[in-house]
Design a protein. Structure first.
Length: 381
């Protein structure tokens, strides 16, 4: 069987890895419109390996993240890729956020994520610079890796076992036959699905994540995150310790104006801008899923001082400069019928096709477990 996978990000490549493991005689081809693997979200994310305590227990994210964390760490250790075992503290600002911490602690138990509540004093021992109110949630399983390194090693392993990569090849221009299609095209997964009459009720709503690198001397010892609003899929501005030990603050969740809107000029697409701005205007007017409130709140982060001030709320000391680093774009799916964000991973199947429509965070962490789930459903038929 000849299998075509669209998208050379972490999801497309782990799906190829799992397919070949299960069907070693099949021919697998991965195409991508870019010049190398992991060009977009897979290479531009912060490389955090999440533990899996944020998600409601009935979700795919809950079922796959803890196992994905273990599998990806194993892949890294087996292939000489550095894993920075930092752990993570989720810190509270007030009594309401302590209640959310309690909910996250319950989810951690349900999801086998390994995170647990600690007192303010205990949090201070884990990281003296972390600032919290009464309690914090500690996640020993959270870690960080270099996502580009992970993807580069995975590509080499795939090529060694016979997977063929074709770059600078958009799906629309690929004219060779295949027996099975896997659409893992990230920001354009909905477009490819629509061409195949799949997922017509969904569209991509891109959000821009801005980061800044911390240049100061007040270090942190662990990832430090705020208590999130668990009604939306964004985790808020936080401190990230990278695989190499450098520290970033971010990301934002600013509505983007077109799909690859990394800067105000990059890959500008007028048609996309009109399509997305029209959609955002509709969501703004209706305040669907709190979009108006989110947009107004997040747009302030275009002013660097606002991003820095938000980060300062999480720590006791933060002195020194910051510099901007490469932003990322989150390929977040929206249900056009309900005007609600799709909170969970979403996979649509049609005949000899699989479409990965919503593979947002923690998809990088969950990727190997996610691939087992998706390919397992095919092989069980």
């Amino acid at each position: 069987m000849k299998v075509l996978i669209v998208g050379a990000g972490i999801i497309g490549m782990t799906l190829a890895y799992e397919w070949i493991n299960k069907n070693p005689n099949d021919e697998v081809v991965i195409i991508d419109k870019e010049v190398h693997e992991a060009f977009h979200a897979s290479g531009k994310n912060s490389g955090i390996l999440h533990a899996g305590f944020y998600y409601s227990s009935d979700s795919l994210k809950a079922k796959l993240t803890a196992e994905g964390n273990r599998l990806l760490k194993n892949f890294c250790y087996e292939n000489g890729i550095k894993v920075n075992e930092t752990g993570k503290l989720v810190v509270a600002k007030n009594e309401d956020e302590v209640q959310t911490l309690n909910e996250l602690a319950k989810r951690s138990i349900q999801n086998n994520a390994g995170a647990y509540l600690v007192s303010e004093k205990e949090a201070g021992k884990i990281d003296p610079n972390a600032k919290t109110y009464k309690f914090a949630l500690y996640s020993p399983n959270t870690a960080s890796v270099n996502p580009r390194e992970v993807c580069a090693v995975l590509r080499k392993k795939l090529e060694k076992i016979g997977v063929k990569f074709i770059f600078n090849m958009p799906y629309e221009k690929y004219d060779k036959s295949y027996d099975f299609l896997i659409n893992a095209a990230g920001l354009y997964a909905d477009k490819i699905a629509h061409q195949n009459r799949v997922g017509l009720e969904y569209t991509m709503l891109p959000f821009k994540g801005l980061y800044r690198k911390y240049l100061g001397g007040d270090k942190i010892k662990t990832q430090i995150y705020p208590v999130p609003n668990i009604k939306n899929p964004f985790l808020g501005v936080h401190f990230t310790i990278m695989a190499d030990g450098t520290i970033k603050i971010g990301p934002t969740a600013i509505p983007a104006f077109w799909r690859e809107n990394y800067t105000m000029t990059s890959r500008f697409d007028f048609g996309e801008m009109i399509e997305i701005l029209s959609l955002e205007a509709k969501l703004f007017i209706k305040n669907s899923f709190g979009f108006r409130d989110l947009a107004l709140y997040e747009m302030k982060y275009y002013i660097p001082g606002n991003l820095i001030n938000e980060a300062k709320k999480l720590v006791k000391r933060l002195r020194g400069g910051f510099k901007p680093v490469t932003p990322g774009i989150r390929a977040q799916l929206l249900n056009k019928n309900t005007n609600e964000l799709v909170m969970d991973f979403l996979v649509e199947r049609k005949d000899n096709q699989i479409h990965i429509l919503n593979a947002v965070s923690p998809a990088f962490t969950a990727s190997f477990a996610f691939a087992r789930y998706v390919i397992g459903s095919v092989n069980s038929e």
